[in-house]
Design a protein around this ligand. Structure first.
Ligand code: RUQ
Ligand code: CUA
Length: 665
């Protein structure tokens, strides 16, 4: 028995072994055209043309690059703590990483979705998924900060996420793992077929604030959702998800979930789902999920535990979802700018099927079914197929589109990007990638009007492309000029973490809205000291609250006494600066914590529990002025029984209330 399954395992293994060894295109020093350098050269002091928001994979963060230069502009902490910015370390930001499993300092961030209005980027927010502990984050593009994180219940592995509808009505998430859902979750794993279910979740966005709320979930058969895209234009009101494991295997999926010739694309009529929701067809289910919101006025996050979700079951909601057969273990599922064509990339398929939305509608109307899957109609492949791209390459993963009716598909196994025409399905050009490309990003690619011009390939493996850095090598992006018929490689640049999806948007849509400071008079943090005269230190039981200010180049107060071992010290630091680009940092020697990085006008809090008696330096970590190095002070910690009173000062050599420690107990 073992033998049998391993022999069927071999061909696949061979394919992926090839890939992991870098099925290396010939001539790695491929000809770079003479003008490549000038095309990516952004002179000192000049700005890039596009912002590129790039997933950080298992770093849990999102990074921002300028295109075409490939310069790293910022790492935005999203799902992982970031000591550089105090994210997840300050008292104000800790609630952002709260979940129903408690505080989780990490996730696996795969996909990016920029908000849209009428199918076009509107430059307001960028969304990202946490693949591990199912979460979706919203980053505010005026501050480049994570503004909100919502956990997704009844989900296990939030890979097919976050995809956005063309007017940002919803960000949508499909579960990668099906799991037992409902009251009894303690079931044998081999009862997968009976007990495991999938879900897709529709998270509504408030039009003005962007606030997320879980509007409804759709219960699905126990398959795995991989990727998705919203319909647009013609197909508005629909959503398409790629699914694998229609075999419903619960072990050795690389063999057992690759048995069938075809898996599925699931088409969801979400307008219809909304109707069913309004008609009371959904059931309220008890769940537990965290909803975390960062308030820009208090500079403080709150975490609320939500307890219910509305679930639609397709058996009560006819005509809401359909399956379309799709060869073979589909990964990417992408809609073209018109919304008519849905391109599915089967990782093990020899062709790329292109489905037609018009034909899907006709097949539904004619009930042109190829049977049912768990009670859900399966549309006939030939009835919904527009055509197949023949012999495109090995291991197709993802497709992006330009503004001229062309599609670009990444091929992981054959390490190339293939350009083909969406209408006649003919291959136009192929370009090697170095190596094992995953996602692609055309500027504005997922919108109704891509900007075109550049394509970026995100590579899993770089091998010999960069200077070696020990056992782990840089992952990378490669920039191609796609303005002509042929793709031209212009630039390699390393990325932060493993890049999955990325989206690029013209710089002027974001740059003009970028926030420069927080107005001190609008600072609503409960612990703010909005001027030196409010600076103070207060004891509340065993808590000592330091309300301090920071301004070039000192803290007020900078000498603090009266803390005792066993106390918890809260440093609430208000940055009084009202100038762009003048954050102050704050750190305490020996604290089991990170620093704070406090923006102008903002208050942030560092908790410190001293572990020994002594005098501890505090200092600013961000080189803020010529006298930055002088921006420092001391805090004294006395023994638990000491009678040193709370005292504090700045600029006095002898603090008035300070006294010598009494010896002893
Ligand atoms: S995936 S490399 Cu996690 Cu988007 Cu396709
Ligand atoms: Cu403030 Cu350095």
């Amino acid at each position: 028995m073992r033998k049998l399954s391993f022999s069927s395992f071999l061909p696949l293994a061979a394919i992926f072994l090839l890939a992991s060894q870098g099925c290396k295109p010939k001539g790695t020093q491929s000809a770079i055209s003479g003008d490549a350098a000038s095309k990516v050269y952004v002179a000192p002091g000049k700005y890039d043309e596009f912002y590129n928001f790039v997933s950080g994979g298992f770093s849990g963060q999102m990074s921002v690059y300028g295109i075409p230069s490939g310069r790293l502009l910022r790492v935005i902490p999203v799902f992982s703590v970031d000591p550089e910015k105090g994210y997840g370390y300050s008292e104000e930001t800790k609630p952002m990483l709260n979940t129903s499993n408690g505080f989780i300092p990490w996730d696996d961030l795969h996909h990016i979705a920029l908000s849209e209005t009428n199918g076009l980027h509107d430059g307001r927010w960028v969304f990202a998924n946490g693949n591990n502990t199912p979460r979706i984050a919203r980053v505010d593009l005026t501050t480049f900060r994570t503004a909100e994180i919502i956990e997704i219940p009844n989900s296990a592995g939030n890979h097919s996420s976050p995809y956005i509808t063309e007017n940002s009505e919803y960000v949508v998430a499909g579960t990668r793992f099906s799991v037992p859902i409902g009251d009894n979750q303690d079931v044998a794993i081999n009862t997968y077929k009976q007990n495991f279910k999938g879900t897709v979740s529709f998270i509504a966005l408030d039009k003005t604030s962007g606030h997320m709320s879980l509007a409804f979930q759709i219960l699905t058969p126990g398959i795995n959702f991989d990727l998705a895209r919203a319909g647009k234009g013609k197909s508005t009101g629909w959503f398409f998800f790629s699914c694998y494991n229609s075999e419903k295997a619960n072990t050795l999926l690389e063999v057992n979930a690759s048995q069938k010739d075809k898996d599925f694309i699931m088409a969801v009529n979400w307008r219809k789902a909304e109707e069913y929701l309004r008609a009371g067809k959904a059931t309220k289910k008890a769940v537990k999920y965290a909803h975390n919101l960062y308030d820009e006025k208090t500079h403080t996050a709150t975490s609320t535990m939500e307890t219910e979700v509305m679930v639609l079951d397709p058996k009560d909601c006819p005509d809401m979802i359909y399956f379309m057969p799709c060869p073979k273990s589909p990964h990417g599922c992408d809609t073209d700018p018109s919304g008519e064509y849905i391109v599915a990339s089967g990782k093990l398929a020899a062709t790329i099927p292109v489905f037609s939305f018009t034909k899907i509608q006709a097949a539904i109307a004619a009930k042109n079914y190829d049977g049912m899957f768990d009670g859900i109609p399966v549309l006939k492949y030939d009835a919904v197929l527009y055509g197949e791209v023949q012999k495109p390459g090995l291991g197709p993963l993802h497709t992006e589109f330009d503004d001229n009716g062309n599609a670009y598909t990444s091929f992981f196994v054959s390490s190339e990007v293939v350009k083909w025409n969406v209408k006649d399905l003919k291959v136009i050009d192929r370009a090697p990638t170095y190596y094992s490309v995953g996602h692609l990003s055309v500027m504005g690619g997922p919108t109704s009007k891509p900007y075109g011009k550049y394509l970026i390939a995100y590579n899993k493996i770089t091998k010999d492309r960069f200077l070696p850095t020990g056992p782990e090598l840089a992952q990378s992006a490669q920039l191609y000029d796609i303005s002509g018929e042929k793709m031209k490689l212009l630039l390699d640049f390393p990325t932060i973490g493993e890049p999955h999806y990325a989206e690029a948007i013209p710089a002027d849509m974001i740059a003009k809205n970028s926030q420069k400071i927080y107005k001190i008079e609008e600072n609503g943090n409960a612990f703010a000291a909005k001027g030196d005269k409010f600076a103070r230190v207060e004891r509340k039981g065993n808590q000592v609250h330091v309300y301090a200010t920071a301004i070039r180049s000192h803290f007020t107060p900078d000498n603090i006494e009266g803390v005792k071992l066993g106390d918890e010290v809260y440093f609430h630091i208000t940055n009084l600066e009202q100038d762009w680009d003048v954050p102050h940092g704050f750190a305490v020697k020996g604290a089991n914590n990170a620093e704070l990085l406090i923006m102008p006008g903002e208050t942030q809090t560092l908790k410190w529990v001293p572990e020994r008696v002594g005098v501890f330096p505090i200092y600013c970590t961000d080189f803020c002025s010529a006298l930055h190095q002088e921006m420092q002070g001391y805090i004294r910690v006395s023994s638990p029984g000491s009678n040193v009173p709370i005292s504090f000062s700045t600029g006095k050599t002898e603090p008035e209330q300070a006294q010598a420690a009494t010896p002893g107990k």
